[in-house]
Write a protein that binds this ligand. Structure first.
Ligand code: ADP
Ligand code: MG
Length: 287
């Protein structure tokens, strides 16, 4: 069974005027179908307004589809008797760390979720310690969240989700407001949770360097998933990505441009090492 199984979903936002009459509706998701297996690390790319956040909110029942069905571990998210279990299974981390903090001390912040779920106190204490250790923030257990950097706050937000023992974490541009160090730390934590604890990760990001280590990338445009493949497959289509107004990693772009100029490089080069190796092979071929 797939941990996430999305079948032909559409979602319409309804805008209302002052009198509460519906003025127009916006189709934010348009016939999206996809599956994610437990333990996958998925990156979601797409220009602003392509439907990424709307999609993300469907994965933990913050939104339910207008049409079609979302199954999380087999649970239909539109059945309200599943809502709590769906939210335990797929936790969400948002862009702005400040909007996610509710408590005045880090350990209370992390314990908030399990407490709301009715987890017994000694079990909460253990989960809080484990979660803080996992994100490398145990030393800040007694600190006030307001004193932390953006990257540290995001790691606390992730710990708060971890304390609910999710199978899946959906992170909607969690690094967008962070400095490079904060970004790297958050990315490292997401990859570690994926590798060591088999947590399924859905990472929405604009940063191309953050997606090259994903197992798969979904590219969204106009409410549809228009590309779905490994980073190498996706970044073999530089022209298509540019048409979708998306960047590609610097080295991928350089290799693509050299290829356009006639250098026989392969498509989908993702790292400097690969690029250098390709150039070496080419040079060897010539002597
Ligand atoms: P992304 O996260 O990729 O930027 P969103 O999912 O936020 O995209 O938005 C998809 C579409 O839905 C856009 O056209 C956006 O304007 C519209 N939209 C998003 N949120 C709302 C809302 N609360 N009310 C009306 N329209 C919305
Ligand atoms: Mg968004």
């Amino acid at each position: 069974m797939s941990i996430i199984d999305v079948k032909n979903i559409t979602y319409d936002y309804h805008k209302k005027d002052d009198q509460g009459n519906e003025t127009e509706s916006v189709r934010a998701l348009d016939d999206v179908s996809l599956e994610v297996k437990e333990g996958e690390f998925i990156a979601v790319l797409g220009h602003n307004g392509s439907g990424k956040s709307t999609f993300a909110k469907h994965l933990n029942a913050l939104l339910v589809p207008t049409g079609g069905t979302v199954y999380i571990c087999g649970m239909d998210t539109s059945d309200t008797s599943n809502t709590l279990e769906v939210r335990k299974t797929a936790g969400m981390v948002f862009q702005n760390p400040d909007n996610q903090m509710v408590a005045s001390v880090v350990d209370e912040e992390v314990g908030f979720g399990p407490e709301n779920m009715g987890v017994p106190t000694d079990e909460i204490l253990k989960r809080v310690d484990d979660a803080l250790n996992s994100v490398g923030m145990y030393a800040y257990k007694d600190s006030s969240p307001t004193r932390l950097s953006g990257g540290q706050k995001q790691r606390i937000a992730i710990a708060g989700i971890l304390a609910m023992k999710p199978k899946c974490i959906v992170a909607d541009e969690p690094t967008a407001m962070l400095d490079p160090k904060g970004r790297a730390d958050v990315l490292k934590v997401l990859h570690m949770l994926n590798k060591e604890q088999n947590v399924t990760i859905i990472l929405i990001t604009h940063n191309m360097e953050e997606v090259i280590d994903a197992d798969r990338i979904f590219v969204m445009e106009g409410g549809k998933v228009v590309m779905n493949g490994s980073p190498r497959e996706i970044f073999s289509h530089v022209k298509e990505l540019q048409r979708l107004r998306l960047d590609v990693p610097e080295v991928t772009k350089l290799a693509f441009e050299l290829k356009q100029k006639g250098l026989p490089l392969r498509d989908g080069i993702l790292t400097r090492e690969e690029f250098v190796n390709e150039l070496r092979l080419l040079a060897k071929g010539r002597v």
